[in-house]
Design a protein around this ligand. Structure first.
Ligand code: MN
Length: 359
């Protein structure tokens, strides 16, 4: 759905007025800072390399999705845009900042050497976009699980030299998950740099993709959360958070269904406690090492459940632009009645703290 600029300006003004809910914890007249935390972005060389990959004979479902992309479509232009319409819409809706991440599947389908140079280029371009609009964008750095040593070098450069705000990875890399020991240097680097890793969805790995080939169900309708939720549960149950107790992982889409299943996971974990690799319950690991965002889920009951289950300090607002429109995401958040101090955390405060954003 397209909004005219006049409509969005009008809606923005109405929404800003509605957001001024008084609370004893926060000053009623203070504006809530809005930082959207899972916002997709790309650049021409990245799109060209993905298009080349999609020309191959593979039946990989990520490539199948890429083949459907019309490079002239509004969404493709919106992905590449960091200076025009994106900022205009943010202005109209009172969105202070977007935390940008290279759109899925990022650099993870390229062969290692090409992936390493693409990750460097992506992070350089992202830093340039932020430098052009330092008050409007922050950024998550790409890295290459297909070359863990290079990944660590790039992670260090992205934080120490480019001053990016954390990392993004699109679930599996050539069908392998981050709990494998070969990836531990990446987890160690993130923990050491004190920056979170956002695990973003992509289509299911080859080992479990078969049932998702039918009924157009491999994407955000169901497959993405099965893939990404499985990835996170592998990490939790592998016990790796005993080794990296300060590592912080971010999941979008209200936690990829995990919060809804935590009670049962704990219950089953306790039934076989002596066989478990983690010293902590799944819910304990989730509460200590995970944040979730609202990306793609504009639904008040789900948000209330997430806050009740995980606590208000571990839930962050996200849109999933341009795959999801900015307008309704803001409208839903503004419409939710909650203490202003809580809304301040979800809408931007938690993100500013976790991603060390200079807002
Ligand atoms: Mn997304």
């Amino acid at each position: 759905m397209r909004f005219s600029r006049r409509d969005t300006l009008k809606a923005g003004a109405m929404l800003t007025a509605a957001a001024a809910v008084p609370s004893s914890m926060a000053r009623a007249d203070e504006r809530i800072i809005r930082v959207a935390t899972e916002e997709a972005w790309s650049f021409p060389e990245h799109q060209a390399a993905l298009a080349d990959l999609a020309k191959g004979p593979s039946d990989n479902l990520d490539l199948a999705s890429l083949r459907l992309i019309d490079s002239r479509s509004w969404r493709q232009k919106a992905l590449m845009d960091t200076d025009g319409e994106r900022l205009e819409r943010m202005d109209a809706l009172g969105i202070d900042m977007q935390l940008l991440g290279l759109t899925a599947p990022g650099v993870q389908m390229f062969e290692p050497e090409a992936a390493v140079s693409m990750a460097r280029l992506a992070n350089d371009r992202l830093a340039e976009a932020i430098a052009r609009h330092p008050k409007r964008y922050a950024g998550l750095a790409s890295f290459t699980p297909q070359d863990p040593k290079a990944a660590v070098r790039e992670m260090e450069r992205a934080i120490n030299e480019l001053h990016l705000n954390g990392f993004i990875v699109n679930s599996h890399t050539f069908n392998e998950y981050l709990d494998l020991e070969k990836f531990w240097p990446i987890l160690e680097a993130a923990e050491g740099l004190d920056m979170p890793i956002y695990i973003h969805p992509r289509a299911a790995s080859d080992q479990m993709v078969a049932p998702f080939r039918d009924h157009n169900m491999h994407g955000a309708i169901w497959g993405f959360q099965v893939e990404t939720g499985t990835h996170a549960m592998r990490m939790i149950l592998s016990g790796l958070f005993d080794r990296f107790p300060r590592l912080q992982i971010v999941l979008g889409h209200m936690g990829e269904s995990i919060p809804y299943n935590l009670w049962r996971a704990d219950h089953q974990f306790n039934r076989r406690r002596e066989q478990q690799k983690s010293s902590l319950l799944p819910s304990e690991v989730f509460a200590r090492n995970f944040y979730i965002t609202t990306s793609g889920v504009e639904h008040e009951p789900t948000l209330r459940y997430a806050v009740e289950t995980l606590g208000v300090d571990r839930v962050m607002w996200a849109i999933d632009y341009p795959y999801q429109a900015m307008e309704n995401s803001v409208k839903v958040m503004d419409g939710i009645a909650m203490a202003k101090s809580d809304k301040t955390k979800i809408y931007g405060g938690n993100a500013i703290r976790l991603f060390k954003i200079k807002a």
